[in-house]
Write a protein that binds this ligand. Structure first.
Ligand code: AKG
Ligand code: FE2
Length: 304
């Protein structure tokens, strides 16, 4: 790993010694050998494919988002919009709206390149979820450790997340990291992995008042807010890279991941999207023309 300043996640300084922090293993050499990719996916819980997309495709999407952010006054006009330098300290993280009706982003995440990649990997036609989780992450912010399972487990569990950076994302800007081998330790996370953030206990008046008919969650979805202690307790290294436009990472629903905090004034742009076999059931919250998402229609009451 290149030299870098102290790195943070959840505002805590990470242990970046070689036993606690390292580089993702690239698998771009095996794109035409899906059996090797599947073997690595099972072994590592993820596939890191550097240089997969044509850079221009990614940079066009970056430009389209930069234009929207500039139009709303979020960017410092002294710099080119595509530098994504924030105009203020305003906190920004999840910005799904930036991908809505955005053909340049849709071209990347729903285009033939990823469709072909997942069809080869799954060995049959695939579908994607009809929602693009788009993030524009400002200084000081990042994502706490979690597994995606808790947000999207109502269909097949053989579902993969695809994380794509739109532009260079250095360690200081703060991209995604996965906790090495955590997908092999689900037995130690069972009560967490049983969570469905849109489910609530019908016999708990507080949960009913908070969740039923609203967009609120019964559980924050995070495994912890302390990536340092988590790494020490569970073992494995936090793995990441200096992301380049064109790279992507795909990983399993039970892989623990988080992001480094953004230590710069440059807004970090990324998307995460989901892919599965067409023949398998899909989580109804995330497919169709007008997805329910985590909104009121998604809530399910249970007697707990
Ligand atoms: O980009 C981030 O900070 C978090 C992304 C994430 O959680 C995901 O790709 O599932
Ligand atoms: Fe996630």
């Amino acid at each position: 790993m290149v030299t870098h300043p102290p790195l943070h996640s959840c505002k805590l300084e990470l242990d970046t010694s070689p036993t606690a922090f390292g580089e993702l293993r690239p698998s771009a050499d095996y794109l035409d050998q899906p059996e090797i990719l599947n073997q690595r996916l099972d072994e590592d819980g993820y596939l890191f494919i550097p240089g997969f997309f044509n850079r221009d495709l990614i940079l066009e999407a970056r430009t389209s988002v930069a234009q929207r952010l500039a139009a709303e006054g979020a960017l410092n006009p002294k710099y080119p919009a595509t530098d994504l330098i924030a105009a203020s300290d305003k906190a920004m993280t999840y910005r799904g709206d930036l991908a809505l009706n955005n053909p340049a982003v849709e071209r990347v995440v729903y285009g033939p390149e990823l469709d072909g990649f997942y069809a080869a990997l799954f060995g049959e036609p695939v579908r994607h979820f009809d929602h693009i989780w788009f993030r524009a992450v400002s200084q000081g912010l990042g994502t706490p450790p979690h597994c995606d399972h808790v947000y999207m487990s109502r269909g097949t569990h053989q579902l993969l997340t695809c994380w794509i950076p739109y532009g260079e994302v250095t360690l200081e800007v703060g991209g995604l990291m996965v906790l090495e081998d955590s997908h092999l330790k689900s037995d130690r996370l069972q009560s967490y992995l049983d969570v469905d953030v849109d489910r609530y206990c019908e016999n708990d008046p507080k949960q009913v008042a908070k969740v039923k008919g609203t967009s609120a969650w019964s559980h924050p979805g995070w495994l912890t807010n302390n990536p340092v202690v988590l790494q020490k307790r569970l073992g494995g290294r936090w793995l990441t890279t200096q992301w380049q436009p064109g790279d992507f990472l795909t990983f399993k629903m039970n892989m623990i991941h988080a992001s480094l905090d953004n230590q710069t004034r440059q807004i970090r742009l990324s998307s995460d999207t989901r892919y599965q076999r067409l023949s398998q059931p899909a989580d109804a919250r995330w497919v169709g023309d007008n997805v329910a998402g985590h909104g009121p229609r998604a809530k399910q009451g249970r007697i707990c």
